[in-house]
Design a protein around this ligand. Sequence first.
Ligand SMILES: O=c1ccn([C@@H]2O[C@H](COP(=O)(O)OP(=O)(O)O[C@H]3O[C@@H]([C@H](O)CO)[C@H](O)[C@H]3O)[C@@H](O)[C@H]2O)c(=O)[nH]1
Length: 393
Amino acid sequence: MFDYLIVGAGFAGSVLAERLATRSNKKVLIVDKRNHIAGNAYDHYNEDGILVHKYGPHIFHTNAKDVFEYLSNFTDWRPYEHWVLASVDGQHVPIPINLDTINKLYGTNMTSFEVDAFLESLAEEIPVIKTSEDVVVSKVGRELYEKFFRNYTRKQWGLDPSELDKSVTSRVPTRTNRDRRYFTDTYQAMPLHGYTKMFEKMLDHPNIKVMLNTDYHEIVNMIPFKEMIFTGPVDEYFDYKFGKLPYRSLEFKHETLNKEQHLEAPVVNYPNEHLYTRITEFKALTGQTHPKTSIVYEYPKAEGDPYYPIPRLENAELYNKYKKLADETPNVHFVGRLATYKYYNMDQVVAQALTLYKKLTEKGEEAQKAKKPTITGSASIIDKLVPRAPAKE
Ligand SMILES: O=c1ccn([C@@H]2O[C@H](COP(=O)(O)OP(=O)(O)O[C@H]3O[C@@H]([C@H](O)CO)[C@H](O)[C@H]3O)[C@@H](O)[C@H]2O)c(=O)[nH]1
């Protein structure tokens, strides 16, 4: 009998497996359809010996000290601050838009103050910011919106930014200084030996059994367990009872080139050219030295493995119906990007999983308390006399 069946060995499932097994001494079975752990963060050495991210670039960044410290139990880190160029008007310029972007694009030599005023002169007044178009147009105006955001977003999501929630393009700031970083979080780093090695360490415990190449439907009625943690698409779990939740998928075209470096930046975005959105050069992220280099092109598509929940009102309304059902389903816990239909970054998924772990242990402790005899009161006396040992790491 397993205490928990965990469906999905990505961040959400693996964090919970690790906590439940090592902190609460629970017996855990974690299953994954794919032939590997680590979910979409899976990385591996390709046939030329270059470390690549099979499912596109994964760059760790967080402001949450507890999340960073938690993951640091399983990996050392390589400090890495991500930066990106966008191919616009035949030039490669920094994105997020900053002082250098504007000067390069317009052939000017403006100061920070001047760029600030320039952007303000372009910005449109939008009383209530609702959509991803509003976010950008209200900060930098329509021309820059069209150069950098409109077509990229159409490619990436199959929707116009005016049809997407403001949260999508709000992920990319606008700056009037020369800061070229994609993220400004306190902790920005890549796992020194890669994500898969970090996951291997998380799941390396006698209480955890890992079953790969397994759809949970194949085993759910054969293997006894007490509770389930589900990290797959929530609509799939409920057999699409209310209809399909839309997800955006990606196709990755990996290539290895016979030269040391290919791109000017770790990632180059292509808002207005090509069918792909961006190219990533992995050695720039991992710091690996190698005479060849590996890159990946990302082609967004509607069908295929679900990668991105699509943030817009009608989808949130449909998800809420599934959420209600999920909340009413006893002994099944839904967590992660697909199961809670949230466009979360890796650190947010880890935080969500740690929060669920806390909730599960509190629930367990309450159940234990409820089982205690009520008439003798001896347990509480013992509790007072014998201080509890601190929980082991
Ligand atoms: O040039 C651009 C860039 C972005 N957009 C629009 O903004 C949306 C959010 O962008 P981003 O946060 O980069 O999206 P994504 O989920 O793909 O980010 C992950 O990729 C890496 C890294 O950023 C790669 O450089 C990182 O690990 C993740 O955060 C985007 O969907 C567009 O709608 C735009 O229009 N033009």
